[in-house]
Ligand binder design. Structure first.
Ligand SMILES: [Zn+2]
Ligand SMILES: [Zn+2]
Length: 422
C-alpha cells in the first residue's frame, strides 16, 4: 500500500508528460482546420498580416492568454503564465507569398497573386491547437508559455522587427525558443531534426557591371558589359568549386540579369541579382569577398571604364544561418521519439534555404527549428523512384497533406513544450 503512495506521484507525472491523446487532438481538430482553411483562403503578404494576426489574437485571448498585438508591425505576443518555471517561446509565421495558387483546392486563395505557399497557414493552425491544449491542461506544466505570431518571415525582417520592438524586453526573455516548419522531403506527420547549423545564411548582393555602349555591329568601339557579366557569372562558380572547402556547402545563384534593350545595341551596364547561401560565418565572409574580387578582376581584365558597384543587399534582407542548439535539439528529439509513433521522428540533413528564426538564437536564446513532413508518403516514394521532385514550399502547387500534418504538428509542439515546461 505504502509503495503505491510512493509510486503514484511518479505515475501521475509520467501520465502528465505524455501530451494530448489522439481523442484530444480529434476533439480540437475541426476548430483549427476551420482556421487553416480561412487563413489559406485569405492570405496576406509580409507586414500586411492584419486580419491574420487579429484571427490568431482573438483565439488565444479567448483561451485566457495575455495578448499584445502590433509588435514589430503586425506581430502577436500571447503569454500564459502558469506559476514559476521556465519561459518557453513557440513561434508561428503570419505571412504569405506573392505566388498565384495552382493547387486546385476548393479553398484556394481568394487574393489574386497571393498564396500561403510556404505552409505558414499550417503552422498557425497547429500553433492555435497547441495554445488550446496547453491552456486546457495547465496542471500538466508550469512556467510561462510565450506564443508569438511573427510577421514577414519571407521578407527576412519580421523576427528582427519584433526584436527591435522589444520582444525580449517588453516581454519576458525566453529560456528556449522553438518552431516547426513544413517540409517537402518527409512523409506527412514525420518530424525531422538537425542539431547545429540547419538552415543556411542568405545574402542578396546586387552587382552592377559597367561598360561602354555602342552599335552591336561595331564591338571594337565598345566595352561590352554583357560579355563581362557572362564571364563573371561563370568565374563566380569557381568560388564554389575551387576556393571553398567542399565540406562547407555554398550556393551562388544569379537569379536575375538586367541589361540591354535591343539585339543590335551594346548597353552601358548590366545588373546582376545574386542569392548566396552559406552556413559558416567565416565562409560567408570569404565568399562575399570573393564575389567582389572576381567582379572587379573581370571588369579590369575587360578594360571596363569603371569598377563594378557592389551593393550588399538590395530589396531583400539577408538572414544569418539557423543554428539549432545541439543540447536542446537532442533533448526535443528524444522527447518526441518517446511520444510520437515509432519511426515518426528522424534526423534530417541541413537545408540551403534560409529562415529568420535564426535571429532569436542570435539574441541569446537557446533555439531549435524542427521540420515536419507534409507530403503524401506514396507520392514521396514515387518521386524517389522517378527522380521527379514533388512540389515544395514556395511552389504554386504546394499543398500539405492537411489533417495528418496539422495533427502531428500539434502533438509534436505540445510534447516539446511539456518537456521544456517541466
Ligand atoms: Zn518560405
Ligand atoms: Zn516558411
Amino acid at each position: 500500500m505504502r509503495l503505491i503512495w510512493i509510486l503514484l506521484p511518479a505515475v501521475l507525472c509520467r501520465a502528465a508528460s505524455l501530451g494530448p491523446s489522439p481523442s484530444d487532438i480529434d476533439h480540437l481538430y475541426p476548430g483549427i482546420e476551420a482556421l487553416y482553411i480561412d487563413i489559406h483562403s485569405n492570405p496576406e503578404l509580409a507586414f500586411q498580416e492584419k486580419q491574420t494576426a487579429a484571427k490568431l489574437a482573438a483565439r488565444v485571448k479567448e483561451l485566457g492568454y495575455e495578448v499584445t498585438t502590433g509588435v514589430g508591425g503586425t506581430g502577436v505576443v500571447a503569454l500564459l503564465k502558469n506559476g514559476s518555471g521556465p519561459i518557453v517561446m513557440l513561434r508561428t509565421e503570419l505571412d504569405a507569398l506573392p505566388v498565384t495558387e495552382q493547387t486546385g483546392l476548393p479553398f484556394s486563395s481568394k487574393i489574386p497573386g497571393v498564396m500561403h505557399a510556404c505552409g505558414h497557414d499550417l503552422h498557425m493552425a497547429a500553433w492555435a491547437g497547441t495554445a488550446q491544449w496547453m491552456a486546457a491542461h495547465r496542471a500538466d506544466w508550469h512556467g510561462t508559455l510565450m506564443l508569438i505570431g511573427q510577421p514577414a518571415e519571407e521578407a527576412g525582417s519580421g523576427a528582427s522587427a519584433m526584436l527591435k520592438d522589444g520582444l525580449f524586453v517588453r516581454f519576458p526573455k525566453p529560456d528556449f525558443a522553438i518552431a516547426l516548419h513544413d517540409d517537402d522531403t518527409l512523409p506527412a506527420g514525420v518530424i525531422g531534426y538537425h542539431a547545429g547549423f540547419f538552415r543556411a545564411a542568405a545574402d542578396f548582393p546586387t552587382v552592377t557591371i559597367f561598360g561602354r555602349g555602342g552599335h552591336g555591329a561595331m564591338p571594337q568601339n565598345t566595352v561590352d558589359p554583357i560579355v563581362i557579366a557572362a564571364s563573371t557569372i561563370l568565374a563566380w562558380q569557381t568560388i564554389v568549386s575551387r576556393e571553398n572547402d567542399p565540406q562547407s556547402p555554398v550556393v551562388i545563384t544569379v537569379g536575375a540579369i538586367h541589361g540591354g534593350t535591343k539585339n543590335n545595341i551594346i548597353p552601358d551596364q548590366v545588373q546582376l541579382l545574386l542569392s548566396v547561401r552559406t552556413f559558416d560565418p567565416l565562409v560567408r565572409k570569404r565568399v562575399l569577398a570573393a564575389i567582389a574580387r572576381i567582379a572587379k578582376g573581370e571588369a579590369e581584365a575587360a578594360g571596363a571604364p569603371r569598377e563594378p558597384l557592389i551593393e550588399p543587399t538590395t530589396g531583400m534582407t539577408g538572414d544569418a544561418a539557423v543554428y539549432n542548439d545541439p543540447e536542446l535539439t537532442n533533448r526535443l528529439a528524444a522527447t518526441l521519439k518517446k511520444g510520437m509513433p515509432p519511426g515518426n521522428v528522424v534526423e534530417m540533413p541541413a537545408k540551403m534555404t534560409s529562415e529568420d528564426f535564426s535571429d532569436y538564437g542570435r539574441a541569446g536564446v537557446k533555439a531549435a527549428l524542427l521540420h515536419i513532413g507534409a507530403v503524401d508518403p506514396e507520392k514521396l516514394a514515387e518521386s524517389r523512384r522517378t527522380g521527379v521532385p514533388v512540389p515544395a514550399p514556395h511552389s504554386p502547387q504546394w499543398a500539405p497533406v492537411r489533417e495528418t500534418t496539422i495533427k502531428a504538428a500539434v502533438q509534436a509542439e505540445t510534447l516539446a513544450l511539456l518537456n521544456l515546461l517541466n
